[in-house]
Design a protein. Structure first.
Length: 364
């Protein structure tokens, strides 16, 4: 399922599209809400701080990616057999943990905004089956689909920006710099956790050899593009509504789109929020692909066994996500502090550990 696509790769443009989708996916729902709750009128400031802190981390990812081997191969190369197995197992646990949160957030979004009466399990199945189908087709199809949808969602974001600009009220940003520095910094850490964590796992998607500079350029530009899109979304949310009102929304960007009216089209926000679903779609896709790759390479499963194991793990993730949706307490606890702690620990430990190991091996 995975190994037979070793010659099937994404190009730099497709990689750029995937970076954009993954690094902004968490801001569709809980990301924007959590940041606005902490930094309030100054959320745009915390975004800028988070972006600046995140850039050196992106450059570290570029340095690691220049080795032109994926995350699991890199760990196998620079660490002992036992240590590498432990690290890879921890990475898969992080993948499953974040995947459950993202899938739970998607279920919540779909339930509130589109499919009010549809059982959660059917929403998840309808979403997961196309993802599994595209994974089965391989990285080239993943890349082509991502690039096509990137252009489509870019048009939608442009229409959103044009439709909302007349409602901007800068008075809603006042008082400026009223948030204390601790809250701003904490909010910026949320940005780093949401934007950087998913992108790290993109190293597992096969890329063309001897083109590391092209892919690293795509990563940096994609990170910047994603930041600009996120900044625009946060800008509109915090200028369209009073911050006290915004903190009541689970999905503030979606509620902002409700203001847009395009002639005879009613409920335009349901069309204009399509890019939310696309962001969720590709993040879940890349995470599942990474888990399947681990099963294929580490457990040495044959194709039939791999399919059965992949379906079993996907089913477990779906069931946990659905249970988390029903349990408000679990959803709230998991979606905030633990996610940030796990993500930041993973980002710092993985990037620093691997970078130092590569440097050490060069010297010796």
């Amino acid at each position: 399922m995975i190994e037979k696509y070793s010659n099937n790769k994404v190009d730099a443009y497709q990689y750029f599209a995937l970076v954009v989708f993954l690094s902004r996916s968490m801001f569709t729902g809980m990301g924007a809400q959590n940041m606005i709750e902490m930094s309030r009128n100054d959320t745009w400031v915390s975004l800028l701080i988070g972006f600046c802190i995140g850039m050196p981390l992106v450059l570290l990812i570029c340095y690691i990616n220049s080795k032109e081997i994926n995350m699991f191969e890199l760990i196998n190369k620079y660490f002992s057999k036992v240590i590498s197995k432990i690290i890879k197992f921890i990475i898969v646990l992080v993948l499953i943990f974040v995947l459950v949160i993202i899938l739970n957030d998607f279920i919540n979004f779909s339930k509130i905004k589109y499919l009010f009466e549809t059982p959660n399990i059917f929403i998840t199945i309808l979403f997961i089956f196309p993802i599994l189908f595209i994974i089965k087709k391989g990285p080239e199809v993943i890349g082509r689909t991502a690039l096509f949808l990137f252009f489509l969602t870019s048009v939608i974001i442009f229409l959103n920006s044009v439709g909302l600009i007349k409602y901007v009220n800068f008075d809603n940003l006042k008082p400026v710099f009223s948030t204390n520095i601790f809250s701003l910094f904490k909010s910026s850490l949320y940005y780093i956790a949401y934007a950087i964590t998913p992108v790290i796992f993109l190293s597992i998607i096969p890329k063309e050899k001897s083109h590391a500079k092209k892919y690293n350029k795509a990563l940096i530009i994609g990170y910047i593009f994603s930041f600009v899109a996120t900044f625009i979304a946060i800008f509109y949310v915090t200028t369209l509504f009073n911050v006290e009102y915004v903190t009541l929304f689970n999905y503030p960007a979606y509620f902002a789109l409700k203001k847009i009216k395009y002639g005879f089209i009613s409920n335009a926000e349901n069309i204009l929020s399509f890019y939310f679903i696309v962001d969720y779609f590709f993040t879940i896709l890349v995470f599942l692909y990474s888990i399947f790759y681990y099963l294929s390479t580490e457990l040495k499963l044959r194709e039939k066994s791999l399919k059965i194991t992949s379906i079993l793990i996907t089913t477990i993730i779906v069931l946990i996500s659905n249970y988390a949706y029903k349990s408000t307490t679990i959803a709230q606890i998991v979606s905030k502090t633990p996610y940030i702690i796990v993500s930041l620990l993973f980002i710092c430990s993985y990037l620093l550990l691997v970078t130092l190991k590569i440097k050490f091996c060069k010297k010796h």
